[in-house]
Design a protein around this ligand. Structure first.
Ligand code: SF4
Length: 411
């Protein structure tokens, strides 16, 4: 009952946040030279499109992809020209490693332009080859995140990943062979597929522990308006009651070998790069369909690849829409994102927002405390065991709202 209410409320709040200001000229947030911001670079190309995937992705086509990377570098230049600076880079997709020479050139360009301290890159298991790994090492990648999803061959076949991205046993070996190349090797996993059983999940967890990866990000299956029909046809109808049980099983099996980095991210070591929305207050998004959040403005680039490339040829930042968050929305956004990292120290946020922090947040804080999701100790709010699952629900709804926004933009 409580979980259903949280999901409904989160859906309402996030779908409202994703309603951009139609018809207005999109705002580019004002420049800030601080190096603590993150730069998100989106590479939407994939060799094979997985039916359940709601991300912004298209089928790989080499000549288009090369033009796209050239446009990305132009966009980086436009940020540099406006004196932006970024301390971290996260390259997500799609599959950023589809064209290594282009990726390397783009990361080198970003490093020339900005004071970059850390780089995260996403990839797929079939790209864990020595030649690719060496390029990633050479260019200074600290964290490599591999989209594994599951080691269950039946599930991988139903997801359309078995042929292209490899069997479960093959991917266990690939992960084992990749440990030690980077500060952090992360495996992205998904739970709560409709055809996934508790036994199947246990087997995935056993194999995962065997790989020795530094970090695991275990997402619940997210179904957007764009993928609902196809997910129901290929995998079945998602049962959210099973999600809670499976989440607690994952936590039980991964602790104590791993510690929590966020409600759904588990790391072996203390100082690891986790979720960028937790670690960075603000981020710029470059690439087609990227979403950024800076100075209280959430903004999105065009999802149309051709338009993206054309506008960058004209040296235009390819913004499509923006939304200026109200103070209440900003406070709430910070509250949700920071607590996703499990705790929130009150003093720094109070210094930022003053008395309005409590005025706007007390109903949320009180509700979560009554529901047993939050506790307060010595100036800090902490998520409880129950609260961690509440935050998984909220983040699931946040990413679903982002994906629904994309579905809306694509018409
Ligand atoms: S799951 Fe990964 S590989 Fe599959 S379509 Fe989505 S982004 Fe591409």
């Amino acid at each position: 009952m409580i979980c259903r209410l949280i999901a409904q409320e989160a859906r309402r709040v996030f779908s409202r946040s994703m309603q951009f200001e139609a018809g207005l000229h999109p705002h580019m947030p004002v420049c800030d030279t601080s190096g603590s911001r993150l730069l998100y670079i989106h590479v939407p190309f994939c060799e094979q499109l997985c039916p359940y995937c709601s991300f912004n992705r298209v089928r790989f086509e080499e000549s288009l992809c090369r033009k796209y990377f050239a446009a990305l570098r132009n966009e980086l230049f436009l940020y540099k020209e406006r004196s932006y600076n970024f301390g971290g880079i996260y390259v997500g997709g799609g599959t950023p490693t589809v064209l290594m020479d282009e990726l390397e050139k783009t990361l080198e360009t970003a490093k020339d332009y900005f004071s970059v301290r850390e780089i995260s890159v996403e990839t797929n298991p079939n790209h864990l080859t020595p030649d690719r790994l060496m390029v990633l090492q050479r260019v200074g990648v600290n964290r490599l995140s591999v989209g594994i999803q599951s080691f269950d061959d039946n599930l991988l076949r139903a997801m359309g990943r078995f042929e292209k991205y490899g069997s479960g046993s093959k991917n266990v070996e690939r992960l084992k062979a990749t440990t030690g190349y980077f500060d952090t090797l992360n495996a992205d996993m998904i739970f709560n597929f409709p055809i996934q059983t508790d036994e199947g999940l246990d087997r995935d967890l056993m194999l995962l522990l065997e790989t020795g990866v530094d970090q695991v990000t275990y997402y619940p299956l997210m179904v957007s308006d764009l993928t609902r029909n196809i997910v129901e046809k290929t995998l079945g109808i998602v049962d959210y009651r099973k999600e809670r049980r499976m989440y607690h099983r994952i936590v039980e099996r991964l602790l104590p070998e791993y510690r929590f980095s966020s409600a759904w991210c588990f790391s072996r070591k203390e100082s690891m790069i986790d979720e960028y929305i937790v670690d960075y207050d603000e981020y710029a998004g470059v690439g087609s369909g990227s979403i950024g959040y800076m100075n209280g403005i959430c903004y999105a680039n065009t999802f149309d690849l051709q338009e993206y490339i054309e506008r960058l040829k004209r040296n235009e930042i390819p913004l499509m829409a923006s939304r200026r968050f109200s103070l209440q929305d900003r406070i709430r956004y910070d509250f949700i994102m920071k607590l996703f990292g499990l705790e929130l120290a009150i003093a720094p946020v109070r210094a930022q927002y003053g008395k309005r922090l409590i005025r706007y947040l007390w109903p949320d804080i009180a509700a979560f405390m009554i529901a047993g999701g939050l506790r307060y100790r010595r100036g800090t709010l902490y998520l409880t065991g129950r609260g961690r699952y509440y935050w998984v629900i909220m983040m699931r709804e946040f990413f679903t709202a982002v994906n629904n926004f994309r579905a809306f933009c694509l018409g």
